[in-house]
Design a protein around this ligand. Structure first.
Ligand code: SAM
Length: 219
């Protein structure tokens, strides 16, 4: 069954604005509703892929909080802190650890227009020392209240939308798919349009087929 033309148009419009070069790394956020809320913000901000560190392959999200956004934001699982950091650094991301220490910089004083990864920490303990020692910058969101920290998903929203604001100001928000390399665009478009066929193609180690202008699969 082919994707409906109206849905195809909508999917393409959203994918056209996705950015490969903006992401988050979530360390030990163990409340599913927080992870779901972060994913929902990633979707709204145009993030293609979010990262998390967990020994378990599966991570729980809440659909009522994520509102289906888990279908539209890829979640990459890293089993260790080291592998997460090496992978993101290897891809050229600048790592911004969210924590308050004597070296932390007010997030409003930094530039998030190039490859940016915000690293978010656990509800109780914040970021581990291991991660803090490996990030490029430590950043914080200034607060004036009695409570010392924001909810992690709120912090993620503030930071991601600051990155979006800065990029908009510089005309760096993609509009025609230029935020993704061509192969990734093609692959993601197919997966978003035909999620029920992903396993079939993966199992048979076949490339995804091309799609026609209206979203139909080319025979
Ligand atoms: N007691 C923890 C600490 O000392 O970090 C509080 C953790 S806070 C509830 C959970 C996560 O939200 C933090 O690890 C950080 O990623 C993010 N966060 C909360 N408030 C923040 C702020 N003001 N600036 C930057 N990130 C913040």
């Amino acid at each position: 069954m082919s994707v409906l033309p109206k849905r195809f148009k909508r999917i393409k419009k959203v994918l056209d604005q996705r950015m490969e070069n903006l992401t988050v790394l979530v360390e030990a956020v163990n409340k599913p509703h927080n992870l779901s809320a972060i994913l929902r913000t990633c979707d709204a901000a145009g993030v293609l892929e979010a990262n998390f560190i967990s020994e378990d392959k599966e991570v729980k999200t809440f659909n009522s909080t994520a509102q289906g956004s888990q279908k539209w934001v890829k979640l990459r699982n890293h089993s260790t802190t080291n592998s997460a950091i090496n992978s993101l650094k290897g891809k050229g991301f600048k790592l911004f650890g969210t924590t308050l220490n004597e070296k932390s910089i007010d997030y409003r004083d930094l530039d998030f227009t190039s490859k940016t990864c915000f690293i978010l920490g656990a509800e109780k303990w914040g970021l581990s020392q291991e991660i803090i020692s490996k990030v490029d910058e430590c950043i914080f969101i200034p607060m004036n209240g009695m409570v010392q920290s924001l909810n992690v998903s709120v912090a993620a929203s503030i930071l991601l939308f600051e990155a979006v604001r800065q990029r908009k100001e510089k005309g760096l928000i993609p509009i025609k798919g230029e935020g993704l390399n061509k192969d990734l665009y093609k692959e993601t478009l197919f997966e978003w349009c035909y999620p029920e066929l992903i396993n079939h193609y993966k199992k048979s180690a076949m490339n995804y087929p091309n799609l026609k202008e209206n979203g139909e699969i080319e025979s």
